[in-house]
Ligand binder design. Structure first.
Ligand code: PLP
Length: 392
């Protein structure tokens, strides 16, 4: 299979039913083969029992690890299946034995859940959070970030594509710095895996988290963590169970040596199979081709919106992705969202709470977020723009 818009739309039944889905940064639409794989496993659980279905579909469950490793340029032993991006990220972040005076170096556009975790660790252990400023294009200022490094910097943690905007952070440049100083580097790639080529070796990170339901087009309730082999045994997960570790003697345990130490035993098996199928589906479409299309479509959308009176497009960054954020003067973004929904156009309203520091600069509380995927069309973008033009 190679990329074709019409084939992608045929595999996405809602497109044929007139839905204009521009909320792919919220949750995308699963392609038919992914949906079917989830249904098949759920059906098997009904027919023969949950444990028996797991044993029967073991090869499909194991396939997930190869598919995830290939998607980020890692190895299967470095992958843990986790129920969402936040928990995947948490399992790495809270595995550090934080001590007073440890410094966490991040940027203004980091995801709110990550920020909440930094603050919790700062309060609980006396760690210090250093926030690098943005440069004039809105991406993290790489030189300023380097200047903030001290001999107490314990972790560099960055969001690749922030949740509410077109920005793509220069994660490779920061990776080169992290490696030069020998500082571990955690990347939140929740919005980038499936959207653009992601390669952990090119980025130079040690840990990377992502979710299943967004640009990968997998089922909800799925995600994964990648941890570089050299780091796995240095990180003791915050939670352990009898899948992550073995109870070896009455008072001893042995933690697994692969990344499955970050998993838990019970999980969404149908979702895990579906996520593997979604990753393979995306790979076969050709990530370079689909990424090119996402960039072209989102740029068209920015151009269309910018021509509408009273509309401001807020996206920053030197390089921009498929997430387009805008507002219309005098019109409540939540009303824009609900009016568009009545016309079967899905967008989301992205609140300041999600990237507080980032949006603080924009002086707005909520933005409309239209996030395009490769199966969207120019005609759909025209319809969105016409609907926004008509709103007052
Ligand atoms: C940048 C970023 N990181 C993390 C998350 C959290 O992902 P999840 O809901 O799968 O935990 C999101 C969700 O929108 C996000 O945009």
């Amino acid at each position: 299979m190679s990329f074709s818009v019409s084939a992608a739309r045929l595999d996405t039944p809602a497109c044929a039913q007139g839905l204009i889905h521009l909320n792919n940064a919220g949750a995308s639409l699963m392609p038919q083969p992914v949906h079917q794989a989830v249904l098949d496993h759920l059906q098997l659980e009904c027919d023969i029992g949950g444990y028996e279905a797991k044993a029967h579909n073991n090869a499909l469950l194991e396939r997930f690890y190869d598919a995830a490793a290939r998607a980020v340029g890692g190895q299967r032993e470095e992958i843990a299946f986790i129920e969402n991006a936040t928990r995947a990220w948490d399992m790495a972040f809270y595995a550090f034995d934080w001590r007073p005076g440890d410094r966490i170096l991040t940027s203004r556009a980091d995801y709110s859940s990550n920020m909440i975790s930094y603050i919790q660790v700062a309060r609980r252990y006396g760690a210090i959070v250093d926030m690098a400023p943005d440069d004039e294009t809105g991406q993290v200022d790489v030189a300023a970030l380097e200047n903030l490094i001290t001999d107490r910097t314990r972790l560099i943690s960055l969001t690749h594509i922030p949740t509410n905007g077109g920005l793509i952070n220069p994660v490779e440049k920061v990776g080169a710095i992290a490696n030069r100083y020998g500082i571990p580097y955690l990347v939140d790639a929740c919005q980038s895996v499936g959207q653009m080529p992601v390669d952990v070796n090119a980025i130079g990170c040690d840990m990377l988290s992502t979710t299943g339901r967004k640009y990968i087009r997998g089922p909800r309730g799925t995600g994964f963590l990648w941890v570089r082999k050299a780091w796995i045994e240095k990180l003791e997960p915050p939670f352990l169970d009898n899948h992550a570790a073995t109870w070896t003697t009455v008072d001893d345990i042995e933690i697994r040596s692969d990344a499955r130490r970050f998993e838990n035993w019970e999980c969404y098996f149908a979702g895990k199979i579906g996520l593997g199928v979604a990753l393979d589906y995306g790979y076969e479409m050709g990530i370079s081709e689909t990424w090119e299309r996402i960039q072209a479509l989102s740029q068209s959308l920015r151009d269309l919106l910018a021509r509408i009176p009273n509309v401001t497009v807020w996206d920053t960054g030197q390089k921009q992705c498929g997430i387009v954020t805008f507002s219309k003067a005098g019109v409540d973004p939540n009303r824009i969202k609900s009016d568009l929904a009545e016309r079967k156009i899905n967008v989301s309203a992205s609140s300041r709470q999600l990237t507080r520091e980032d949006l603080a600069a924009a002086d707005v509380d909520v933005l409309v977020r239209a996030s395009v995927h490769y199966f969207n069309t120019e005609d759909e973008l025209d319809q969105l723009a016409a609907a926004v033009r008509a709103l007052d």
